[in-house]
Design a protein around this ligand. Structure first.
Ligand SMILES: [Zn+2]
Length: 165
């Protein structure tokens, strides 16, 4: 299902608003929560098509790199048969950490949209902004705070339940 597209860095427009795709990322996050993982989810969208999905699997896979974004990136690269995700938007419920921000830059994702900010590891402007570092060879467009409350609530509820156990 790989269509050849002209080499433009602006992703093709989606007919749906950011909220719509963030809800898909939230649905992924809920899958993580349902199996006892910290509920963080991501989707990668090209035009109106989801080409990669992922949710946090750090505990079940015993892999500290199994973040939602990394899993979604691997799936999108496989689906698009390319390491450059030039025509894609990445939606994630939580601001990317340094590892994921690094992967996003490496994969040339042109636009990242996140929900909640992460005061502990956020590298989309909170602690630092690796996604828009002028010294790197690639920078992403960045949109923060889409369905922020809903994304943050997922995490709050999860940790609240954890404390009750
Ligand atoms: Zn990460």
């Amino acid at each position: 299902m790989v269509m050849s597209l002209p080499l433009i860095h602006e992703p093709p427009a989606s007919t749906f608003p950011h909220d719509y795709w963030m809800r898909e990322a939230i649905a992924e996050a809920r899958k993580a929560g349902a199996i006892g993982e910290v509920p963080i989810g991501a989707v990668i969208v090209r035009g109106d098509e989801i080409v990669g999905r992922g949710y946090n699997l750090r505990e079940s896979s015993r892999d500290g790199t199994a973040h939602a974004e990394m899993i979604a990136i691997r799936e999108a690269s496989e689906n698009l048969d390319a390491w450059r995700l030039l025509h894609c938007r990445l939606y994630v419920t939580l601001e990317p950490c340094p590892m994921c921000a690094g992967a996003i830059v490496q994969c040339r994702v042109p636009h990242v949209i996140y929900g909640a900010t992460d005061p502990k590891a956020g590298c989309g402007g909170t602690i630092m902004n690796l996604l828009q570092e002028p010294k790197f060879n690639h920078r992403t467009e960045l949109t923060a705070g889409i369905l922020e409350e809903e994304c943050a609530d997922l995490l709050k509820q999860f940790f609240k339940q954890l404390r009750h156990k």
